[in-house]
Design a protein around this ligand. Structure first.
Ligand code: NAD
Length: 269
């Protein structure tokens, strides 16, 4: 079994990386940056987002697993003091890794600018926001006009990203076994003159949404933790990606349990 570790770079996560290398070596696992079977992220959910983007070209052959060094994360769902148990389970599963894998949907974006078309994949979400003014954009669903949006921006998330930015926007939490994307508004303007739907929309696989910003607007496109300013966006098309991300689940940790632990807690009567 070949593995690679990406950590957040702070002293705790670096020391855990050192510990993991020692545990892995004594259990016959091989360190490989080029062809890992499993990528371990040590830090928080942000570290997993980083790991995903580093290895996004190899999604078909890699499974991710995360250790968190702070509070329980959504992608980083092993605690630092469980590192030895995780190393044992990783070594034991060896060639039976496929039995431990869960696959979650991603969102694909086709960004058309005056320079051409670029494709991006996001694990959590992408957003399109006005850079220094209100975003004004036509929203089309499956090539039919839906609404003219005015507001701070639009967030399009995956089911596993539904618990992240999307949740802060009042979007629904979606189980990652559902192949869907969710469109949530970021502070839309609604009054007698301007009108948007006001609810988040959930699109199934094979549907697509186009966001067509008003000409020559300064916008910022974010893809997970990455942000890129643009002045020449002609269209942003989003849909459920054909490719999925694999997570190695060495023990069951159902999505709804994670939601409860993260957002409700145990103190609630
Ligand atoms: P960060 O460190 O500020 O992370 C923000 C928080 O989002 C952290 O607490 C992290 O644990 C949590 N998070 C990330 N993915 C999650 C998921 N799938 N489910 C539940 N919580 C999740 O920023 P970062 O590390 O650069 O992460 C970028 C992410 O931050 C973006 O993908 C976006 O989802 C999130 N974000 C949230 C808001 C908001 O809630 N208002 C605003 C901007 C970005």
């Amino acid at each position: 079994m070949k593995y690679f570790v990406l950590d957040r770079g702070d002293s705790l996560s670096r020391s855990l990386t050192g510990q993991f290398h020692a545990l892995a070596a004594s259990r016959g696992m091989q360190l490989s940056e080029d062809e890992p079977d499993v990528v371990l992220s040590i830090g928080g959910d942000g570290t997993m987002l980083h790991a995903f983007h580093v290895f996004k070209e190899r999604l078909d052959s890699i499974a991710f697993v995360g250790i968190h060094t702070g509070h329980l994360g959504f992608f980083a769902d092993w605690k630092a003091d469980e590192i030895e148990r995780l190393a044992n389970l990783m070594a034991e599963s060896g060639s039976r890794l496929q039995d431990k894998i869960v696959k979650y949907p991603l969102v694909k974006i086709e960004l058309t600018t005056s320079f051409g078309v670029e494709t991006f994949l996001a694990l959590n979400e992408f957003t399109l926001k006005g850079a220094d003014a209100t975003l004004v954009a036509q929203l089309n669903i499956n090539d039919s006009p839906f609404e003219m949006f005015r507001g701070d921006g639009i967030c399009i998330s995956t089911p596993s990203g539904s618990t992240a930015y999307n949740k802060s926007l009042g979007g629904a939490l979606i189980h990652p076994s559902l192949e869907a994307i969710q469109i949530a508004e970021i502070a839309s303007i609604n009054n007698r003159v301007y009108r948007t739907i006001g609810s988040s929309l959930i699109l199934p696989k094979h549907h697509h949404c186009d966001i067509v910003p008003k000409k020559e607007q300064k916008v910022v496109l974010t893809v997970d933790h990455l942000a890129v300013p643009h002045t020449s966006v002609l269209n942003v098309r989003s849909m459920v990606a054909e490719r999925k991300v694999s997570f190695a689940r060495y023990r069951p940790f159902p999505f709804w349990n994670r939601v409860r632990e993260a957002f409700v807690g145990d103190d609630v009567k």
